[in-house]
Design a protein around this ligand. Structure first.
Ligand SMILES: Cc1ncc(COP(=O)(O)O)c(C=O)c1O
Length: 396
């Protein structure tokens, strides 16, 4: 038998996708799928029009870091946060996912470590593994709004192998939006330690009280900062597979260009659609916020009404981690899929363990995504409450 690599051997199965096979096996059940961040919001018409009107003579390879037009459009869009940005500071990638993979690969050698406040976006594990690096997690807590780790906690996690700190702001899965002082503090800590900051800002436009501080806004941090963005969430175009890596560190950008050359270029059609998206007026982002604000409020209010359930009221993005009176959220999530029905309906949720470095953590937590229309979300959380009442493994 030919040998599978150790790296591939330790790749975790996505916690979010894990239940999907079982879900597909169920018959005659109407599932509310709030386990994955796939919005049902319409993709903006100008993007669809751009796709419909794209008719090149040849679907050619494009430049490794994206077309100059698309990079310039990205720089123009992000210049609202960093006026100094030009096309050379933006690399177009196949989703924010590839931007993260390129960042980790450009920063880490095998055995290096990446600090990540947890719970965190589960795919950081896979990108780190492929890049040969290890995630070293630092716990954040529901009780204090999932605030970023203190300097003392960062110090305790730091080793001579630490190469970067990664965080998403607004945060998937917690819905936390980090205040300016917090973001500045951790970035100053990274600079003092001589490590990179990867600020994953794919939800930057989705906030409810006050906007997150973009790492792009801190000119003194330019050499250390890499920002990730994506068309997936803000423009509801998950399947377009288009993202961006932004940095003013030109040594890093040169390596990102080489990584891009190794896979040739990102899709030209997707870049064409992205340019239409990046030219949308400010009113588009206001409507995006209004949509998510309403949904997240419905989800949070419904959760707050459930006995023995605690959850953080999201300040941004469209997720929340909820603590349930169960000791295995994986078993409870399975119970929802295979056993529990309320008038032929049930809910698919993401068990909390997958958002922690050690899946033994988060066993009393689930992540919910407010990706459905308000009435459906209300019903989904109602079903969750009914299922908790009926669940034989309930602890509270
Ligand atoms: C925090 C975060 N970063 C990155 C991504 C990846 O996005 P993309 O679809 O652009 O690859 C996601 C997707 O859910 C995410 O939640």
């Amino acid at each position: 038998m030919p040998r599978i690599s150790d790296r591939a051997g330790v790749l975790q199965e996505s916690a979010i996708r894990k239940l999907d096979i079982t879900v597909r096996q169920q018959r005659d059940v109407d599932f509310f799928r709030i386990n994955i961040g796939q919005p049902d919001v319409a993709t903006p018409a100008p993007m669809l029009d751009a796709i419909a009107s794209w008719r090149p003579d040849v679907i050619a390879y494009g430049p490794a870091s994206g077309s100059l037009e698309c990079r310039a459009a990205g720089a123009r869009y992000h210049s609202a946060w960093c006026p100094q940005l030009t096309a050379e500071h933006v690399a177009i990638t196949t989703g924010g996912s590839e931007a993260l993979l390129f960042a980790f690969t450009a920063m880490c050698d095998p055995g290096d470590e990446i600090l990540v406040p947890e719970p965190y976006y589960t795919n950081y594990n896979g990108f780190a593994t492929v890049a040969g690096a290890t995630v070293r997690s630092i716990r954040t807590r529901l009780e204090d709004g999932f605030a970023l780790p203190s300097n003392a906690e960062l110090d305790a996690a730091f080793t001579d192998k630490t190469r970067a700190l990664v965080f998403s702001n607004p945060c998937n899965p917690t819905g936390a939006v980090y205040a300016r002082a917090e973001v500045e503090r951790v970035i100053r800590w990274c600079i003092a330690r001589g490590i990179w900051v990867v600020a994953d800002e794919v939800y930057r436009r989705i906030w409810f009280e006050s906007p997150p501080t973009s790492a792009l806004e801190l000119p003194w941090a330019a050499e250390h900062v890499v920002v990730i963005d994506s068309m997936s969430k803000t423009w509801s175009a998950c399947g377009l597979r288009l993202g961006m890596l932004i940095s003013r560190n030109m040594a890093l950008m040169e390596k990102v260009e080489r990584l891009g050359q190794a896979r040739l270029g990102p899709q030209l059609l997707a870049q064409h659609a992205a340019m239409a998206a990046l030219a949308l007026p400010e009113s588009y982002y206001e409507s995006v916020r209004a949509t998510w604000r309403a949904r997240v409020a419905v989800m949070s209010d419904a959760l707050a009404a459930l006995p023995d359930v605690q959850s953080h009221r999201p300040e941004g993005a469209f997720y929340t981690m909820a603590r349930l009176p169960v000791d295995s959220s994986e078993a409870f999530a399975r119970f929802l899929v295979t056993d529990f029905r309320s008038s032929g309906q049930s809910v698919v949720v993401a068990p909390g363990g997958g958002f922690y470095a050690d899946p033994a953590s988060g066993q009393d937590e689930i992540r919910l995504a407010a990706v459905l229309k308000p009435a459906k979300l209300r019903r989904a959380v109602e079903i969750l409450g009914e299922a908790l009442a009926a669940y034989p493994g309930r602890t509270g």
